[in-house]
Design a protein around this ligand. Structure first.
Ligand code: ZN
Length: 315
């Protein structure tokens, strides 16, 4: 492995030892956002070779499961996902991974960008589920890593403008820097629904992505939405989230829910290579492997000016 991104779930395991039903009962290797170099291949590997640079999809389903047969391998109950107890993660020199979940990198995609494919995949999956049409107006609630990659995914899918809402001014500055088609909304000063309605002559947004996981955001999730619009629930949390079904009904809103991603890693790699999506501004700090504990401590303190922190392993 070369580069490993620190994800919110890693930080959660590091500080609390658990997320939802997953409890760390023994020392566990963290990390599920990785890029590296192929150093050995199995006898049946056909499209990868030693020295290929790759990124890896961390969830490997049972190939014979009903979910996999139906193309929904991400929700296979038997999926084995890195750094989800009892499965170890990949903050380590080497790992063995199936060819079908390992993706070759073009020369112009760096290891750092490649380790961003995992969180980017969430945003691209969300944009896919939203069925964005060219020229749609989008809203993303939350300017953390997932909110920002979702904004990038929505723009790449065809949104003409994406409003990104958050409480933290630093995060909104980063959002603004990603594209002139992104409009930041500071919810400590502005009301998202009012801003979006003002921009759309009172009609509302075509798509809205909930990427905060906060109860307050979920409660008002339909307010900025146009009639016939779509809300995608991304913000993951183990507790029940309440939203206003009446507000959904009067808009005939479509609601999509996503769990991680499926079928999007090659698309993400292609978009990084073509320049359709640039994740480089989201990589705000890098650490050497022997600074890993410090890296997790800093990540746990949630510095407002940081988006994604990565650890580089010795080669
Ligand atoms: Zn992640």
């Amino acid at each position: 492995l070369h580069t490993v991104g620190i994800c919110g779930s890693d930080v959660h395991y590091y500080t609390h030892g658990r997320i939802g039903p997953f409890v760390v009962n023994a020392p566990m290797i963290l990390g599920h956002e990785a890029s590296g170099t192929v150093i050995e291949t199995g006898a049946q590997v056909s499209h990868l070779a030693v020295s290929d640079r790759v990124c890896m999809e961390p969830g490997v389903p049972d190939p014979n499961s009903k979910a996999t047969q139906l193309g929904m391998y991400n929700i296979d109950p038997n999926v084995r996902f890195w750094a989800t107890p009892p499965v170890h993660g990949i903050l380590r020199p080497t790992c063995v991974h199936p060819e079908a979940f390992t993706f070759k990198l073009p020369d112009n995609v760096s290891f750092g960008e490649a380790a961003m494919v995992e969180p980017l995949a969430v945003g691209v999956h969300a944009a896919t589920k939203a069925r964005i049409k060219p020229g749609d107006i989008g809203v993303v609630l939350g300017a953390g890593t997932i909110g920002l990659v979702t904004a990038l995914g929505a723009l790449a899918a065809g949104c003409a403008r994406v409003f990104v809402a958050d409480l933290a001014e630093k995060k909104l500055e980063i959002a603004q820097s990603l594209s002139p088609a992104i409009t930041p909304v500071n919810v400590t000063r502005e009301n998202v629904a009012e801003v979006v309605k003002a921009f759309t002559d009172g009609w509302g947004a075509d798509v809205l992505f909930e990427a905060t996981g906060s109860a307050a955001a979920a409660a008002a999730v339909f307010e900025p939405l146009a009639p016939g619009g779509c809300v995608v629930m991304i913000g993951g949390q183990p507790d029940p989230i309440a939203y206003d079904a009446g507000a959904a009904m009067v808009r005939e809103a479509r609601v999509e829910n996503i769990f991680r991603y499926a079928h999007v890693f090659p698309r993400c790699v292609n978009m990084l290579s073509s320049g359709a999506i640039d994740v480089k501004p989201l990589i705000t700090r890098k650490f050497a492997f022997d600074e890993s504990v410090k890296a997790f401590e800093i990540a746990a303190s949630m510095p407002p000016a940081d988006v994604k922190m990565q650890i580089e392993l010795p080669q």
